[in-house]
Design a binder for this molecule. Structure first.
Ligand SMILES: [Ca+2]
Ligand SMILES: [Ca+2]
Length: 943
């Protein structure tokens, strides 16, 4: 969903001036959620077409957001609330005087309501793919969560839950609870509950009722069923990112209430900063001040919108520029495939073209069968004109005329605008474009296409693509294949399984396989295209060995395409194809395979690829992401490869990782990420991602990684334990996929500016380390992290700089002044390697450290952060801050083991003797504490 990103610097001054002149309402159309005068406008909630019709769902969404608005207003100290909210009703629901959509679509929604295989049962969740303080992708609720009032006992009222998720989505804060590490050992060597704030009270509960902490922790390790239960009545007011369900909780943990010791994602991702500190740094807060007075903001205004008939118009450049570099041929091949395979049944499709003037080639046709599709193909331009000029506005004007034939307006329509020409006057029709209510996807061809073309996409919420003048590039077909109906109905949309292209030498062949898995297989099509002369010799075997030959394909000699459509459901397994170039000259041969879901109950695996923003300026890298999932269930362990094609240089391939290091913020969440910085030239770059999953590797996420809302198991009310209904189990039993799967998707285009000509000095530092961990082992601290490279996450850094402090604030505010650890024996390994380094903090830290306010602090924790340095002395950003407790005495292996086991919750068999040992060790530890404190005073600072 590239359109959600903010405008990059590519936006010219002329555009900015024009946009300022437009009315605010127009600007909100495609731009997502905007904050204006303390109120959010443009929040879009979309219900999936697979959700059955239920008016209560709409009523409950309204109630949730109305409550959320005032709760949010309070929690942000009178700063923000929701003003306008749109609810997108599926087209499958009965029409009920809903307004017609303009540019809204399921794919653009900030909040989605769908059942599909969420990883967390009914847990509301938010897809966060970037680090601390960065906006996420969307919030997800199940229909059950919104309809079943019994669930509010565990999650709290829906409005409160919404604000918890909103903070994830909008401000990039993370969960303060941790179901994997419910307890931890604090700086005073006590067992503590992972919570924020620490003032939230409760008691340990065994199977038979309340019990002492030590007993419970031991017994929890013995038996299931021991837990920490919170009091339903509290004085603590924080925090919403921990337990929004408690009635006393009305704010976020701030600097004074934040629990920086808790092993939770908020501390890990945000370097131990409080949620409120992160929120206060957001753009929303720096551009607004609290509302004066005591008046409350008005409740949000809702509008319900629903898609009408789908109308699509292809707006195609036919200027003489299209005759260059086989551009028109590429367009014909892709448009034919789009009309034949990709555009969904019952869509209205028309065609317009333009050079210096616009022309309607085909009025809207209702696509009901193959004959309708073939008729539309006959209207595609056959040749380019002699006119070198292009007027994008003239083309769009004709496009609007075409779609307006349906019901007088272009609302909800889609334009696919393809151009290779330059056009200085594109800004002239922007007001018309914006008010049209049409979503415009743009495809730029070659190096001289209109500079600001992407603005048309951005402002209307369309996708943007780029096709380089490279005969073996499949970007044009990939772009057309990426454009779906936007309804969110994965069972109707086609799914791209393969896309490959190669310049094949004379008398040589292109041979490969494609996996058709059992989740797809309906409406499967193989497309082969070539560049000159006649078709290659095609041989295709299905998994059972059935052979298809060139003659079995439907060939279009004018467009140089051959297409094979498999009736029914294609056999799952490996399909093998061979394309022989029988010519005497090299041929650019390409293969594309698409299919649709085979069953309407289980969603197929999908990939969605996108980049961080519209553009980047050298030497800043571009982040590349791919979300691989089934429904909303993340798929780990896939091989994900990005191919990035610049305007004029060779394509670059990069493997994306889901390892929680480098560019990837959370491990095993099905989001694969990587830094891209191999910028050969300025201009547009096209991204495609290929996913393959081998059948031998588990596709199940082991843990439910990511951000969601806590379901509270029960409360202590008036001294009684009151348990809520157990949380719905999320375990899925799924038959082992026999074939693995294969997916391809275009990730759109981005621009790169400021790349210097000629050879460049090293300007790329190592990337920031985001997974630094510290563990105290006897007298030493062992650090672990993933090695960055000399250039971001590639190559090998030159050295590390590790610093420690006893004050969190000191190391946060002034890393350079923290105490340096001797790392002369530590040599960085290849990027991606797990690094381990052990040191004795006692050698570095002695006595209390001076605080900035002059006070001394007796802390038993140390904070560690680090930087990597490359061979040109370029330094990475400072890592996340890790912490370790120094309090564990010598010969304390059992305590350490206990720490580890409690945190991981894996101890299954510790005998009664173990209990006694632990008690002794804890006592021993307390006694030793004083001895060690005395000893420390005699040591001297070494560095
Ligand atoms: Ca990830
Ligand atoms: Ca470097």
């Amino acid at each position: 969903m590239i359109h959600r990103d903010n405008a990059g610097p590519v936006c010219s001054l002329k555009f900015v001036a024009l946009l300022v002149a437009l009315s605010p309402e127009l600007l909100f159309l495609g731009a997502g959620v905007q904050l204006r005068d303390n109120g959010y406008d443009g929040l879009l909630v979309a219900i999936n077409p697979q959700v059955s019709e239920d008016q209560n769902l709409i009523a409950n969404i309204k109630e949730m957001l109305t409550e959320a608005s005032s709760y949010l207003f309070n929690a942000t100290k009178r700063r923000v609330f929701y003003r306008n909210i749109k609810i997108l009703i599926p087209a499958t629901w009965k029409a009920n005087n809903y307004s017609k959509i303009k540019q809204e679509s399921y794919e653009k929604a900030n909040v989605i309501v769908t059942d599909w295989y969420g990883a967390h049962g009914n847990d509301p969740s938010t897809l966060q793919y970037r680090g601390c303080g960065k906006e996420g992708k969307f919030i997800h609720f199940t229909p059950d969560f919104l309809l079943n009032d019994d669930l509010t006992a565990g999650y709290g009222s829906r409005g409160r839950v919404f604000v918890h998720e909103w903070a994830h989505l909008r401000w990039g804060v993370f969960d303060e609870y941790n179901s994997e590490k419910p307890f931890y050992i604090n700086g005073q060597n006590q067992v503590k509950v992972t919570r924020c704030s620490s003032d939230i009270t409760g008691i340990f509960v065994c199977e038979k009722g309340p019990c002492p902490q030590e007993n419970c922790i031991i017994s929890k390790l013995f038996k299931e069923g021991c837990m920490f239960i919170y009091n339903s009545t509290q004085n603590a007011t924080a925090s919403i990112m921990f337990i929004q369900s408690l009635s006393s909780v009305v704010e976020f943990c701030n600097a004074s209430t934040h629990n920086q010791e808790a092993p939770n994602l908020q501390n890990q991702m945000c370097s131990l900063r409080s949620a409120w500190d992160v929120i206060a740094d957001s753009d929303d807060f720096s551009h607004s001040s609290p509302l004066q007075g005591a008046e409350l903001p008005p409740p949000p205004v809702f509008s319900l919108v629903q898609a009408g008939d789908r109308a699509v118009c292809l707006v195609l450049d036919v200027s003489s520029k299209m005759a260059e570099a086989d551009r028109l041929l590429q367009l014909q091949q892709a448009a034919e495939f789009y009309l034949m395979q990709i555009v969904e049944i019952h869509t209205f499709v028309g065609i317009a073209s333009f050079n210096s003037k616009g022309e309607i080639r085909a009025q809207l046709h209702h696509v009901n069968n193959d004959e309708d599709r073939k008729l539309l193909i006959s209207y595609l331009p056959a040749t380019a004109s002699a006119d070198a000029e292009t007027s994008v506005c003239a083309g769009l004007k004709k496009g609007f005329e075409v779609v307006e034939k349906l019901n007088g307006k272009a609302f909800g329509s889609v334009m696919i605008l393809v151009t290779s020409g330059d056009d200085e006057r594109i800004a002239n029709c922007l007001p018309t474009v914006l008010s049209s209510g049409s979503t415009i996807h743009t495809i730029a061809l070659g190096s001289s296409a209109v500079k600001n073309l992407e603005e048309v996409s951005r402002l209307t919420g369309g996708l943007k693509f780029f096709v380089p003048d490279n005969p073996s590039s499949s970007s044009m077909i990939d772009a057309f294949s990426r454009i779906s109906s936007g309804t969110g109905d994965i069972f109707q949309q086609h799914i791209q399984l393969e896309s490959t292209g190669e310049n094949v030498k004379a008398q040589h062949q292109l041979k490969s396989t494609v996996t058709v898995d059992s989740r797809v297989g309906n409406d499967t099509a193989f497309l082969v295209t070539w560049q000159t002369g006649g078709p290659p010799e095609i041989v295709l075997y299905d998994p059972s060995g059935r052979k298809y030959h060139t003659d079995d394909f439907i060939t279009n000699l004018a467009f140089r395409t051959a297409r094979l459509w498999i009736p029914g459901t294609a056999k799952p397994g490996l399909w093998t194809y061979t394309l022989n170039n029988t010519h005497h000259s090299p041929q650019a041969l390409k293969v594309t395979v698409t299919s649709r879901a085979s069953r309407s109950a289980v969603p197929p695996a999908t990939v969605e690829a996108f980049v961080e923003g519209d553009s980047t300026r050298f030497p800043h890298p571009m982040m590349i992401y791919a979300i691989v999932r089934k429904g909303l269930y993340p798929i780990p362990n896939a091989t994900v490869t990005a191919t990035i094609e610049p305007e004029t240089a060779d394509p670059v391939t990069l493997e994306l990782f889901d390892d929680g290091a480098g560019a990837d913020v959370i491990k095993n969440d099905g989001i694969y990420s990587r830094y891209f910085f191999s910028f050969a030239v300025n201009g547009r770059y096209s991204l495609k991602v290929h996913v393959s999953h081998s059948p031998s590797i588990s596709a199940q996420a082991r843990s439910a990684a990511g951000s969601h809302a806590m379901y509270v198991p029960g409360y202590i009310t008036n001294g009684n334990i009151q348990m809520n209904a157990p949380r719905k189990s999320v375990g899925r039993t799924e038959k082992e996929q026999k074939w693995g799967f294969s997916r391809v998707s275009s990730g759109g285009a981005f621009s790169v500016l400021g790349v210097p000509a000629g050879p460049q000095p090293d300007v790329f530092p190592p990337c920031k380390i985001i997974d630094l961990e510290a563990v105290k082992v006897e007298e030493e601290v062992t650090l672990s992290w993933t090695a960055p490279g000399d250039d971001f996450d590639q190559g090998q850094a030159n050295s590390y700089e590790i610093r420690i402090s006893k004050s969190l604030q000191n190391i946060q505010d002034d890393f350079n002044s923290a105490i340096l650890v001797n790392t002369s024996k530590l040599n960085p390994q290849q990027a991606g390697t797990k690094e381990i380094f052990t040191f004795s903090p006692e050698l570095f830290i002695t006595g209390p450290e001076q605080q900035p306010n002059g006070e001394t602090q007796k802390s038993h924790r140390i904070y560690v952060a680090m930087r990597a340095i490359d061979r040109n002395s370029l330094k990475s950003a400072v890592s996340n801050i890790a912490q370790a407790s120094l309090l564990i005495p010598p010969n304390s292996a059992p305590v350490l083991a206990r720490d580890d086991l409690i945190l991981k919750g894996v101890l299954t068999a510790v005998g009664f003797i173990g209990v006694i040992c632990l008690t002794i060790v804890v006592t021993h530890c307390t006694l030793n504490r004083k001895k060690r404190a005395d000893k420390k005073e005699n040591e001297t600072k070494l560095l």
